[in-house]
Design a protein around this ligand. Structure first.
Ligand code: C2E
Ligand code: MG
Ligand code: MG
Ligand code: MG
Length: 294
């Protein structure tokens, strides 16, 4: 926890640095316990067709369910896990859970052709990944076309030849690639060209901004979202808006021609068991045996 060097090279600490490293150590210990005691879970958030709001797919979102503290959100955990390298073990765990839940969900009426999107960190793109995915899909009897690998610019930016090989292999196997948080990096457009991207997910910061009434920001955000959508369609990519919270946002995005939407307006991320119950809806009775199969 070295903050900066003084002129004489002495290290200067302050209380916030100490708090920081304490919090970090605490998270690291939650992560280790989470792996050994099986606290990691994959929650699922539906992604809908923006026109009729039918479900097109689900995104798996990692949750660490601490027995005392409850559910811890992923952002900080992922930061720490990427630094220590434990993100690979966590990612594998979450992927397996997500795929097994997805296999169950797929048996519900109307869910046969939905897809499952899984987030991946840069460190996960190592040589064993394609085989690992293939083994899971064969175990759960899921077609590769139904799996979407979500990556961010960070994955593409390290320009590591192994990463490139692994991504290409996953594509050849039949899975699709989504570029997540699109627009938050600084050279996003160049990647659509160099990588086999099928889906563009426009970051929620743009979606938040579009209805920031009459402001300059809103006007520019609308132009950006519209241009990204047009361009993506020309490149045969599907476009998703992330973080749609209001009917107004949905209407604007629909008018702009976006394909899919994801956000609290439609569905929140949920534990797969709760999601199963909600989706089974009025037919819950004769679906109970499926729901209990977990
Ligand atoms: P992301 O992949 O961009 O996921 C979308 C995030 O937006 C999720 O946050 C989701 O809960 C949130 N969200 C969805 N709809 C709305 C909305 O209407 N309003 C608002 N305010 N938020 C909405 P979450 O679950 O906290 O995940 C944060 C990030 O953590 C994810 O962003 C992703 O980058 C990362 N992440 C999550 N799960 C995993 C995982 O299994 N592996 C890796 N490597 N990263 C993960
Ligand atoms: Mg994502
Ligand atoms: Mg995102
Ligand atoms: Mg994100």
């Amino acid at each position: 926890a070295k903050k900066r060097d003084g002129k004489n090279g002495a290290q200067i600490f302050d209380n916030s640095m100490l708090d920081d490293s304490r919090r970090r150590a605490e998270l690291e210990s939650h992560i280790e316990s989470g792996l050994s005691d099986d606290w990691f879970e994959a929650h699922l958030q539906p992604i809908v067709n923006i026109d009729d709001r039918s479900i097109a797919g689900f995104e798996a979102l990692m949750r660490l369910h601490h027995p005392q503290k409850g559910i811890l959100p992923p952002a900080r955990i992922i930061d720490v896990a990427e630094e220590t390298g434990s993100i690979v073990r966590i990612g594998n765990r979450v992927m397996e859970k997500a795929i097994s839940h997805f296999a169950r969900l797929s048996r519900l009426d109307g869910m046969q052709d939905t897809y499952l999107a899984i987030n991946f960190s840069p460190l996960q793109f190592e040589s064993g990944l394609p085989m690992r995915i293939a083994a899971l899909l064969s175990r759960y009897d899921i077609r590769p076309e139904r799996i979407v690998v979500e990556i961010t610019e960070a994955v593409l930016m390290d320009d590591n030849p192994e990463t490139r090989t692994v991504i290409n292999e996953i594509c050849r196997y039949g899975c699709r690639i989504a570029l997540d948080d699109f627009g938050t990096g600084y050279s996003s457009l160049s990647y659509i060209n160099r990588f086999p991207v099928d889906i563009i997910k426009i970051d929620q910061s743009f979606i938040r901004a579009i209805n920031d009434i009459a402001s300059d920001v809103s006007l520019k955000s609308r132009m950006l979202v519209e241009s990204i959508t047009t361009l993506s369609h020309k490149m045969n990519c599907t476009v998703i808006a992330e973080g749609i919270e209001t009917e107004e946002e949905c209407a604007t995005l629909r008018a702009m021609g976006l394909d899919y939407g994801q956000g609290y307006l439609f569905h929140r991320p949920q534990h797969p068991n709760d999601l199963m119950k909600a989706l089974a809806g009025p037919r819950a009775d004769h679906l109970t045996p499926v729901a209990q199969a977990s």
